[in-house]
Structures are given as C-alpha cells and as structure tokens.
Ligand binder design. Structure first.
Ligand SMILES: *[C@@H]1O[C@H](CO)[C@@H](O)[C@H](O)[C@H]1NC(C)=O
Ligand SMILES: *[C@@H]1O[C@H](CO)[C@@H](O)[C@H](O)[C@H]1NC(C)=O
Ligand SMILES: *[C@@H]1O[C@H](CO)[C@@H](O)[C@H](O)[C@H]1NC(C)=O
Length: 412
C-alpha cells in the first residue's frame, strides 16, 4: 500500500510544481490588479475640453487636484475632483494663504441644490464655527463652476494668486447637505487629515504625505491582501482537502508548506511596510488594525517554528500538535480577513477592489464548502469499503495524515 502511494508521489511532485506555478501566477495577477487599483489622476481625462498639465492624488477623501499654473501671471487654473460622492453632499477645496489647516482658508464650495442645479461659490473661513456662508476671498476667483456626474463633483476655477510663493497650503473637505444648506463636516478620521502643502511648479505635495504615501499604502495593501488574505487561505484549503486524495499524499504537504512559506515571506514584507507607515503617521493611529497586524505576525511566525518542531506522525504528542496547528492556522486566516477589511476602510480604495477581494473570498469559501462535502463523501465511502472488506487493519485509518483528517471532520 505504502509503496504504491510512493510511486504516486512522483506524479504528485509534478502536480505540486504545476500548482505552485498556478499559485505564483495568481499572486502576480492579483498584485497587478491591486496595484492598478490605485486610481491615479494621471490616467484620468476630464470630460470637459479643459486640459491640465499637472495633477496630484490627494491622500484623503478620494480627491484629486488638476491644475495649470502660469508663474509669470501668477494665475492658477484648477479642477478639484472629489469622487465617491452623492448628490446630498457638499465638497470644498481651499487655499490657506496665511496658515495651515481650516481656519483662515479661502474656500471654493460646491453642491447640488434641491432643484438639481449645481451651486459653486466662494467662502472665506474665519473660524471653525463656519456655516460656509458665501463671501469674497482674499484673492481673485473667476470661471467658477461645478459639475456632478458619476458620483463625482468637480469644481473648476481660475485663481489669481497674490502671493509669489509657488507653494500653497491647501485643505479639502466634504460634508452633508440638507435642503440647500451645508451641514458641519465630520471631525474625525480623513476629514481632519485632509490638508497639505502643494508645490505648484513641481507638483510635489507634502506635510500629509501626498502621492508617495498613497503609493506606500497601496503597496502595503497589495502585499498583505495577496499573502495573508489570499495565499494563506489557499494553503489551508490545500492541506485540508488535497490530502483526502491518496494520490496527492506527500504532494499536498509540500504544496501546503510552499504556499504558506511564500505567503509568510510576502506577508512579513507587507507587515514591515505597515510598521513603517505606522511610524510615519504620528498624527493618527489605527489602533485595531495595528494590533491585529502585530498579533498576526506573531501567530504566523509561531506557525513557521511549529512546522520545524512538529513531532513525527506517530508520536503521541502529534495529536495535540495538530490541534494547536489548526487552531492557530484558522485564527490567522480569520484575523487576516478582518484586518484586510479594516485596511480597506482606512485606505478607502475604489469600491471595486473591495468587491474583488470579497469575490475571491467568496470563491474560496464556495470551494471549501463543496470540497468539505466531497471529502466527507470520500471518508464515508472508504469506511464502508473497509467494513465490507473486513480488513483487520484499516487501509489507512491509522495513518497519521488521513487519520487526523477524519478525526478532525468528526470534531467539526
Ligand atoms: C469646449 O471649448 C469651447 C471653446 O472654448 C466651449 O465653447 C465649449 O463649451 C467647451 N465644451 C465643453 C464640453 O466644455
Ligand atoms: C505669502 O505666503 C507666505 C507663506 O505662505 C505668508 O507668510 C505670507 O503672509 C503670504 N502673503 C500674502 C500677501 O498672502
Ligand atoms: C434651493 O435653491 C434652488 C435654487 O435657488 C431653489 O430653486 C430651491 O427651491 C431651493 N430649495 C429649498 C428647499 O430651499
């Protein structure tokens, strides 16, 4: 029996190589998909016939600034684009000529009125208790207009900057509209982070990070979603269901170890980028996301060491090791998925990427469900034929691998 399974192992090795290839190409594909998730202002063509030479992906509130700056006349022509917005919200973009932040900023505000027309106006903000009343700004504004289409508001304006500095402090915001009146915006999370400085000539933005930070966050998201969020569950599925097929006997083990090792290495890289992001973000801490991330790293590392320290299949402690290994493994998968969704709400990428991840998880769960059913069927069938054949020592019943599989299933 054992000999026969060994010969199958050669076929298994080929299968393993093919599966590894599949897993690798899947992760490459996923990282390609996810890295293009990062919506960029550069790939966006404004539907009006205005063209802008420079643009910047603002780091918060799904916002983008497109502009032309003429340094000789000091004229700044802008399109401020705010996506993921409904008709019952206002958006604003402001320059603060004297300070940073909201107080003292000179704002362009836009929203849809109850009759469906867009209102775009200027509002100087003198204090935090503003209700965004219309008023004249400290600089000239012309060609002010706004559009709302496809859940995005775009404010167009031409600004005559009185200051010769090519770096401006800017702030952007959104909030609810009730009737024709703007309501106070949220005072936590991204709504208090949405400010920065912008170099009109180089296009560089800083202070709150800008493009560079968005890129780092996206890399962090991709690495972790692919490793902890996709590869690790796939590795668990391989271990749980491939070993029900006798022909896959040693192959499933190498596949499982290979898949989880790749996931762990990529995952640690992703975890490192997260730590770096956390250390750079002094003003805001995502405590839950951070804590779960650290727990995940510890549990994941524990699993790697547990693999090296595992007792032989027939060792009396192997049963307990198996329980421990499964417990930690499933905890890692559940925590990973929770943390990836926490990450989605922090990073706030385009909705379709969250949906894509939900799709991947749904597909994996669906496979898990039918494979679970099928392995049960195999186990029951095997038991029946064992009983019918009245073999004194079950074909494989006491084999560590399949034996545990069956025991596990009874426990579930
Ligand atoms: C395009 O530009 C022309 C001339 O500047 C203007 O009349 C027209 O309204 C513009 N079209 C759009 C869609 O903005
Ligand atoms: C020009 O900008 C500098 C720095 O941003 C600021 O200190 C100064 O008050 C501004 N001057 C005017 C006239 O707005
Ligand atoms: C909102 O403003 C528009 C345009 O001025 C007006 O037609 C509409 O009646 C106003 N709605 C309310 C509820 O005041």
């Amino acid at each position: 029996m054992r000999r026969c399974m060994r010969t199958n192992a050669d076929g298994g090795a080929a299968t393993m190589a093919r599966m590894l290839e599949l897993v690798l190409s899947l992760s490459v594909l996923m990282s390609m998909i996810f890295s293009s998730t990062a919506q960029s202002c550069k790939s966006y063509a404004l539907s009006s016939n205005k063209t802008f030479r420079a643009c910047n992906d603002l780091p918060y509130l799904n916002s983008y600034l497109h502009w032309n700056y003429d340094s000789s006349s000091n004229k700044l022509q802008i399109a401020y684009r705010h996506t993921g917005i409904t008709s019952s919200r206002w958006v604003a973009w402001a320059i603060n000529p004297t300070s940073t932040g909201m107080a003292g900023s000179q704002a362009l505000v836009a929203y849809q009125q109850t009759d469906g027309t867009m209102r775009a106006y200027t509002s100087p903000i003198s204090s935090y208790q503003t209700s965004l009343q219309e008023g004249k700004l400290s600089f000239d504004v012309s060609d002010l207009s706004a559009t709302l289409a496809n859940n995005e508001i775009i404010i167009f304006a031409t600004i005559g900057l009185s200051n010769t500095s090519t770096t401006v402090n800017h702030v952007w915001q959104d909030g609810a509209v009730s009737g024709n009146a703007t309501q106070v915006h949220a005072t936590s999370g991204a709504n208090v982070q949405s400010m920065g400085t912008l170099n009109l000539l180089s296009g560089e933005s800083s202070s709150t990070g800008g493009n560079d930070r968005i890129r780092k966050r996206n890399i962090h998201g991709v690495l972790n979603a692919v490793s902890w969020g996709i590869l690790m569950p796939i590795g668990a599925l391989i271990a749980r269901y491939l070993k029900a097929f006798k022909s896959a006997d040693p192959a499933w083990f190498y596949l499982h170890v290979g898949c989880q090792s790749i996931a762990y290495i990529v995952g640690v890289a992703g975890w490192g980028t997260g730590l770096k992001l956390g250390s750079e973000s002094a003003s805001i801490q995502y405590d839950a996301h951070r804590t779960i991330g650290i727990i995940l790293f510890c549990l994941g590392t524990l699993q790697v060491f547990a693999l090296l320290l595992r007792p032989k299949p027939d060792h009396k402690y192997r049963f307990y090791w198996n329980i421990y290994h499964h417990l930690v493994g499933y905890s890692v998968i559940i925590l990973s998925i929770i943390n990836i969704f926490k990450g989605f709400s922090i990073l706030n990428p385009d909705k379709k990427w969250k949906n894509a991840y939900i799709g991947v998880i749904a597909a994996l769960s669906f496979n898990a469900v039918w494979l679970e059913g099928y392995t049960w069927y195999l186990v029951v069938k095997r038991k029946r034929s064992e009983i019918a054949g009245k073999m004194p020592h079950g074909m494989n019943g006491s084999n560590g691998v399949n034996g545990f599989g069956a025991r596990q299933r009874q426990g579930v």
